[in-house]
Design a protein around this ligand. Structure first.
Ligand SMILES: [Ca+2]
Ligand SMILES: [Ca+2]
Ligand SMILES: [Ca+2]
Length: 149
C-alpha cells in the first residue's frame, strides 16, 4: 500500500464511520474497509452514474466541512472533528485523530477548507487511473477497498 492510498483508506473509513456514528454498535466495527469504501463511493456518486468527479467529491466534502465547523471560523479544530463521537469509542476517536493530522498539511493544528479540498484532488488523481476525469467504482475500489489498516 502506498502512502497516499493508505491515506485514502483512512479517509474512506473515517467518513463512513462518521455516517454510522449515531448507530455505533459492535456491528459497526465489523464493517470491513471494502464495505466502508463502497458506502463512501455511493455517497460521492450522488447521481448514481457509477462514477464521481472531483467536483462531486468536493461538493459533498465541503458540505460536510461546513456542518463540522461548529464555530464557523472556516477551519476545523480537532475538537470539532471528533465532536459527537462517544467517549468509549476509542478506536473511532483514534482513527479520526489520525485522519485529522494527515489532512492538516501545514501542521497548524487546524484543517482548513483548502486543506480539505486539496485532499480531494489527491484522492481523485490517485484513483482516476485512466485520467478521464471520472472515478468509476472499479477505479475507486482498486485504491480504497484494499486491506485493513
Ligand atoms: Ca471551526
Ligand atoms: Ca492546517
Ligand atoms: Ca477514470
Amino acid at each position: 500500500m502506498t502512502f497516499i492510498s493508505r491515506r485514502l483508506a483512512i479517509l474512506a473509513t473515517g467518513l463512513v464511520a462518521g455516517a454510522t456514528l449515531l448507530a455505533a454498535t459492535a456491528q459497526a466495527e465489523e464493517i470491513s474497509n471494502t464495505q466502508s469504501a463502497l458506502a463512501y463511493f455511493n455517497r460521492l456518486d450522488q447521481q448514481k452514474r457509477g462514477s464521481f468527479t472531483l467536483a462531486d467529491m468536493q461538493r459533498v466534502e465541503s458540505k460536510d466541512f461546513k456542518r463540522t465547523d461548529e464555530n464557523h471560523d472556516g477551519k476545523l479544530s480537532l475538537e470539532e472533528y471528533v465532536y459527537g463521537i462517544p467517549q468509549d469509542r476509542e478506536d473511532v476517536i483514534k482513527r479520526y485523530t489520525r485522519r485529522f493530522q494527515l489532512s492538516d498539511e501545514n501542521q497548524d493544528g487546524f484543517v482548513s477548507l483548502d486543506e480539505y479540498m486539496v485532499f480531494c484532488v489527491r484522492v481523485v488523481n490517485l484513483a482516476d487511473t485512466n485520467k478521464d476525469g471520472m472515478v468509476t467504482k472499479d477505479e475507486f475500489m482498486a485504491v480504497a477497498g484494499g486491506d485493513n489498516e
